[in-house]
Design a binder for this molecule. Structure first.
Ligand SMILES: *Cc1c(COP(=O)(O)O)cnc(C)c1O
Length: 453
């Protein structure tokens, strides 16, 4: 073994295709249902919201889908992203584990989200769309889509969950720098927003509410479409550049992954790193892979939710998908990993867990920040609060290796940097952060409201 720390690919190594796990899953994904009729949805139902190319990707079962050259060209601004061997963290933990991290914080927006934002903006531009409307939690997706729309000459309107709008003024400034318009959600600009505000004028907002507002605007404007930053099949597809690159980089390192760890909000960075590896398992090309999804204890959709049909938004404007869900009316507490505050989980991630191809675990807020600070002090990179959950999961795995006296290879996705989240770190170091209690009663209430079939 050499002492190499980072494994770098060439621009020509950026994947030519995205990997579609639906081609390899043994069971067909459950159909998506119309919110009104509860019948399987048709491409025509989705046409007001998404361009045709995206709808085709959403239902595709082809294994490889070509990445358009204009998208690959923009990927070159930061891809291939580096894979690091966390040698300094390994020493700090005194673990025999080999820890590798794929670092998506090198993108201009600071996270993995541009991998899909660029693709979505491209397909909308090609089909003549003028305005993209979206929601954002922590602001990572909003800044990624704002940048992508700017590159392709599209207007961009963003509903930002109110708690983040107030917590993260610099994320908002970044979106505005790229030319987007940003409103705090719930807002009084939409009928659904007004209804939510009349029920609760002090509402801190949620991703589910912001999605309802964005969908309402997009559906009413023939020149506008909607864009979602996670959960949907096409978003997960676009993120598979992460895992495909990591496969090559581990090969350069002369290693392979025994355990893959990633955090899950809607499931896209998890799918992005894990699906290319899980594909190898599904095709019988390898065995002995463990894949761990780490979710926040305060919003535990996989570990505490139901695997059932549910709406993607609070106002029930979106189709019904079969997924792990805490109920679409659940409003998660305002903890700092805003990107993980979603009631549902990507249907493909839910299916992969249900089929035993991956497992899920939870990490509480204080453990996540303790891990993030330890990672920063060892590796010099300050992870996003979301990514801290993955770091905590990886540290648990590394310490288990130490206990058992075995050297496993752990691959963790550092989905973004935390440079816009330093207030959260300040609060943590001042002892002001708490472990939000798992709101059992509220979740039970939200789950009781699940649509019945
Ligand atoms: C949005 C975000 C997440 C959560 O979203 P996923 O779709 O689950 O990946 C995680 N980390 C970062 C840095 C994010 O911006």
């Amino acid at each position: 073994m050499n002492n190499q720390v980072k494994f770098l690919l060439q621009e020509s190594d950026i994947p030519q295709t995205w990997y579609n796990i639906a081609a390899d899953l043994h069971q067909a994904p459950a159909p998506v249902l119309h919110p009104g009729t509860h019948q399987p949805i048709t491409p025509a139902d989705l046409a007001p919201l998404f361009p045709e190319a995206i709808i085709a990707q959403e239902v595709s079962r082809e294994r490889h889908i070509a990445i358009p050259e204009p998208v690959r060209d923009i990927y070159k601004q930061w891809r291939p992203s580096p894979l690091f061997r966390a040698r300094r963290l390994e020493r700090a933990l005194d673990t025999p584990a080999r820890i590798y991290y794929k670092y998506e914080g090198v993108s201009p927006a600071g996270s993995h989200k541009p991998n899909s934002a660029i693709a979505q903006a491209y397909y909308n531009k090609v089909e003549g769309v003028k305005l993209l409307v979206t929601e954002t939690g922590a602001g990572q997706w909003g800044s990624s889509l704002a940048m992508a729309c700017n590159f392709f000459g599209l207007a961009c309107k963003i509903f930002m969950v109110r708690v983040s709008y107030n917590q993260k003024p610099y994320r908002r400034a970044l979106m505005e720098t790229f030319g987007a318009t940003v409103s705090a959600s719930p807002s009084n600009e939409t009928a659904v927003g007004c209804a939510m505000l009349s029920k609760d004028p002090d509402s801190s907002g949620s991703l589910g509410m912001a999605i309802s507002e964005a969908v309402e605007i997009a559906a009413q404007n023939p020149d506008a479409k909607y864009a979602l930053g996670s959960v949907l099949n096409h978003v997960l597809l676009h993120q598979t550049v992460i895992g495909q690159e990591a496969l090559k980089q581990l090969e350069m390192a002369g290693d392979t992954a025994d355990v893959i760890v990633a955090c899950t909000g809607g499931g896209s960075n998890f799918a992005g790193i894990a699906f290319p590896f899980i594909g190898q398992v599904l095709r019988g090309e390898r065995t002995g892979l463990r894949v761990v999804a780490v979710e926040p204890a305060a919003c535990p959709s996989i570990t505490r939710g139901h695997y059932a049909y549910d709406y993607g938004d609070t106002a029930h404007l979106t189709p019904l998908t079969k997924m792990h869900t805490l109920g679409s009316t659940f409003v998660p507490p305002g903890f700092h990993a805003g990107g993980l505050r979603y009631h549902g989980m990507a249907p493909l991630v839910s299916q992969v867990v249900a089929e035993g191809l991956a497992e899920a675990t939870t990490v509480a807020q204080l453990e996540s920040f303790t891990a993030g600070v330890q990672f920063a002090r060892a590796e010099g990179i300050v992870p996003a609060p979301e990514a801290n959950h993955a770091v905590a999961g990886a540290i648990r795995e590394a310490l288990r290796c130490k206990e058992e006296g075995v050297s496993r290879s752990i691959l963790v996705n550092i989905s973004g940097h935390g440079h816009f989240d330093m207030q959260a770190y300040t609060d943590f170091m001042a002892g002001k952060l708490t472990n939000y209690e798992y709101p059992a009663e509220e979740i039970a209430m939200a789950l009781a409201g699940l649509p019945k079939f």
